[in-house]
Design a protein around this ligand. Sequence first.
Ligand code: HPA
Length: 282
Amino acid sequence: MTNKMLTPHDGEALAALRTALAGRLQGVRARVAVIAGSGLGGFARTIGVRCTVPYDELPHVGTTTIPGHSGRLVCGEVAGVALIVLNGRRHLYEGVAPRRATLLLRALLLEQPVDTVIISNAAGGLNPCFEVADLMLIADQVNWMFRNPLVGPNPPDWGPRFPDASNLYSQHLRETAREAAREAGIPLREGIYVGVHGPSYETRAEIRMLRAVCGADAVGMSTIPETLVAAQMGRKVLGISVITNLVPSAAPTTHEEVIENSRIAEQRFRALVHAVLARLKT
Ligand code: HPA
């Protein structure tokens, strides 16, 4: 049923991926999925690892080719909460279609009892009050990628054809994150994330536009497609941006700078996610 409603190519890919995941994740019943953004892969080492599945052992996922992104699923547990980390993601700028870029997440959500998806990313800080290595809770998003992973056939088990998007980032999870950050003494910003296609960083004119027109506080090249998929499937989403560079900047933005600053912020990110997970237990 499901596969007939997809393009044959997509349907076969999803079915093969689901079968592979079901085989590889036997005994895993994850409640939370965490997508680790650029430079944040070290988080997966802190989760009491039970099993790992390299992406190249899964059909149709593809190995991420970008420095700073590994490519494996890592299953573990934090504070009694079973979770799966997607350590590495596909980006649209790699030339991957939005449905393909979100295929692994879609398959995981179809196979696992995940109710909460924590999505992280490295982002440029547009808000002049932000500093490098700040964490920003995503309150809402602007899809400036002009691509959408929900385009195309929509099998019933994916969720509504026309999903509401007025509350993509769970209010309740945001409150939980704010409380967790306050108690753990972790400074936490909150704002609007605008997703752009990339891979080039923004021009000065684009930066002015993203601030003025989109009202955005942070800009990045990921997250938008995954949030749309998770929300369509009725999952609660928590989004966290790590501010890796400030824009506009006198110096050119480089990927090396982004990865380095993301790694600097990783400790904070890890502390925040652990504190949030501890609060999800009940
Ligand atoms: N722009 C777009 N994507 C990014 C940036 C940026 O400045 N920093 C990290 N990811």
